[in-house]
Design a protein around this ligand. Structure first.
Ligand SMILES: [Zn+2]
Length: 400
């Protein structure tokens, strides 16, 4: 009897957790797959043949794995990007991705304080704040206490900080770097915390979201010294701005396959230019490729793979800067795997991948971590997601 009760409680909890994931404001986008993959005849099976190839940046490896001077850290989170997602994109892109050209690699354990399988809120909090928490919690401990995030920890030392996402800015992953809430769905509570955060730059999401959950708050940000722009091309004209918020879309950010264009890689490039001139000390930036997760929730190979390739284009921009700059560490990982994706077969000639998804939710497998630049060797082996945060703080403490 007791066993039955426990099982029921577990089932209710896991379905609640799934409901939380589906309840995010941008979750509507998960349905935005009209142009998507050939209709799957078998449940969970989705075939995609890629019809374009992009040439990833090839790193020089000059500063890779050194213990030389360090100044900047760029943390890039492919939401839901497990090994299969990265490898599927690699095959689809003619056996080339920036991420998979890197040498210092490891694995990350992703379980949360409440669940074997984490959600993006609990995992984002481990990267953002260095603490395991309950699914659904953002920037707080399992007891609901605020825990300082990377920007809050390093701001006083003079670093510039920024976040970029293809989700709304109130999404669980970006929120973990500026807000504290025991509910990832408390969009209003999360959005109004932007003005108290030390961030110098944010990019993501849409006007509709701000107007729906925090009407007038964009104006409050402007009064507080934020320059709010609607196009990444305007970052270059605003290099002297005190702080920049890029809200580029009227409605939820579209999937790349439905016309998002070069928002992510170009914003990353421009944000790096802004942040690197903003502070002599250095900068920290978090970049999220949010919609890899949504493609995998949809069990849609095309959606997932095209998002990974777009994310890899952003990685290329970060690696190119790291080589020019020589004092920049780039870390690429995921918050969890989504879809339990695997690839029983494919075809190299047609760059076709047969993705098979074993769940509509997240899975508990470890996720790969890739690192490039000074101190990238610290990310080898198996580590806790919280370790990634502590390593970043430790590395930034070496900046003179
Ligand atoms: Zn998800």
């Amino acid at each position: 009897m007791k066993k039955h009760l426990l099982l029921c409680a577990a089932l209710v909890l896991s379905s609640l957790c799934w409901a939380q994931e589906k309840g995010t404001p941008a979750a509507e986008n998960k349905k935005a797959n009209e142009n998507s993959t050939e209709v799957a005849k078998e449940k969970g099976v989705s075939v995609y043949s890629n019809d374009f190839t992009y040439t990833p940046y090839t790193p020089t490896f000059k500063s890779d794995g050194t213990t030389k001077k360090i100044k900047n850290v760029i943390l890039m989170i492919g939401d839901g990007m497990g090994m299969s997602q990265a490898v599927a994109a690699y095959y689809a892109n003619n056996n080339a991705l920036s991420i998979l050209s890197l040498k210092n690699m490891g694995y990350v354990r992703t379980y949360s304080a409440s669940h074997f399988t984490t959600d993006s809120a609990a995992s984002g909090t481990t990267y953002g704040c260095g603490v395991k928490t309950k699914n659904g919690y953002v920037g707080v401990t399992p007891d609901g206490e605020k825990k300082a995030n990377v920007p809050e920890k390093i701001d006083a030392q003079g670093f510039a900080t920024g976040i970029v996402t293809t989700d709304n800015i109130s999404g669980a992953t970006p929120s973990s770097f500026y807000a504290h809430s025991s509910s990832r769905n408390a969009s209003k509570d999360i959005l109004v915390q932007m003005k108290d955060s030390p961030l110098d730059f944010f990019a993501g999401g849409c006007v509709t979201l701000w107007n729906k959950y925090a009407p007038g708050e964009i104006d409050n940000l402007k009064k507080d010294g934020w320059t709010i722009i609607n196009d990444y091309k305007k970052i270059g004209e605003n290099m002297q701005a005190q702080r920049i918020g890029l809200v580029a879309y009227d409605k939820d950010v579209a999937p790349i396959m439905n016309g998002r264009g070069d928002f992510l890689p170009s914003t990353v490039k421009q944000a790096i230019a802004y942040l690197s001139q903003k502070s002599k000390k250095g900068f920290f930036m978090m970049v999220e490729g949010a919609q890899i997760d949504w493609g995998c929730h949809n069990n849609d190979s095309k959606y997932a793979i095209t998002e990974v390739i777009d994310f890899d284009m952003a990685v290329s921009e970060a690696l190119r800067f790291a080589d020019e700059n020589g004092e920049t560490l780039v870390i690429i990982t995921a918050d969890h795997e989504t879809g339990g994706m695997t690839m029983p077969n494919g075809d190299y000639k047609t760059r076709s991948v047969r993705g098979v998804f074993t769940t509509g939710g997240h899975s508990g497998v470890m996720v790969p971590i890739y690192a490039y630049g000074p101190y990238s060797q610290l990310f080898r082996g198996v580590q806790e997601n919280t370790d990634v945060h502590h390593k970043i703080i430790e590395i930034l403490s070496k900046v003179k």
